[in-house]
Structure formats: structure tokens, C-alpha cells
Design a binder for this molecule. Structure first.
Ligand SMILES: [Zn+2]
Length: 125
């Protein structure tokens, strides 16, 4: 019986939103400038391009905020930060529960150093 909880559906959503945000960011200037040139040529006004630019920026900001406020699939709290700081897309693990980004596992703890009792038991035997 496999008790492992699968968070991959949530991580796929996170990746999809991240890729969409990156595409919106990269394509902003070419699309807006291209639409401005087209509307100037055919309609003799840049106003539709201004509207497109405002909508594009608004959605990019909204999507960026959603990514930065992404809820951890395990603990349900903000994955990348708390009230006073946010690591954004650079968070490698949940700041609340330690779930590694894109995984189902918690960050493994450092190899434990032998305790004094364990050292005593090994030396006694
Ligand atoms: Zn968490």
C-alpha cells in the first residue's frame, strides 16, 4: 500500500502558470509594439494598442502575484513567504513546512551526528 501523497498535479499547475507568466513577460514588447504599428497603419490611432498594453500588464501583474502567493500543496500556506518577506520564484522549499519545490518530499535533514549516548554505546561494545 502506497501512502505517499502526490502533489504533482499542483506542481504542474504551478509550472504552467510560471511558463505563462514568462511568455507574457517576454512577448509584451513585441506584441504591443506590433499591435501599435498595425493599428496606426490601418486605423490611424494607437488607442487599441494602449488598451491591449494595459490589459496585458494588468494580467501579468495579477499572474505574478498569484505565483508569489502560491499555496503549498501540503500545508496550504504561502509557499514562498510570510507576511513580511517573500522569496517568490526563488523559493526552493516551503517556508512553512519544508516541502521541496516540485516534489512530494520534505527536505531531508542533515546527516545526524552521533549523540553522546550512541558514542558511549559503541565504545562500550
Ligand atoms: Zn508547506
Amino acid at each position: 500500500m502506497d501512502d505517499a501523497i502526490d502533489y504533482q498535479h499542483a506542481w504542474r499547475q504551478y509550472k504552467r502558470r510560471g511558463r505563462l507568466w514568462l511568455a507574457l513577460f517576454v512577448l509584451y514588447v513585441p506584441v504591443v509594439v506590433g499591435s501599435a504599428l498595425l493599428t496606426l497603419k490601418y486605423w490611424h490611432t494607437p488607442n487599441p494598442a494602449f488598451v491591449l498594453a494595459i490589459l496585458w500588464m494588468s494580467y501579468t501583474l495579477y499572474l505574478g502575484a498569484r505565483i508569489n502567493l502560491w499555496r503549498c500543496p501540503r500545508c496550504g500556506q504561502c509557499f514562498a513567504g510570510t507576511c513580511w518577506y517573500n522569496k517568490g520564484i526563488f523559493a526552493k522549499q516551503c517556508v512553512n513546512c519544508g516541502l521541496l519545490k516540485y516534489s512530494n518530499e520534505q527536505v531531508s535533514s542533515l546527516p545526524s551526528t552521533p549523540t553522546a549516548d550512541a558514542v558511549d554505546q559503541e565504545s562500550a561494545s
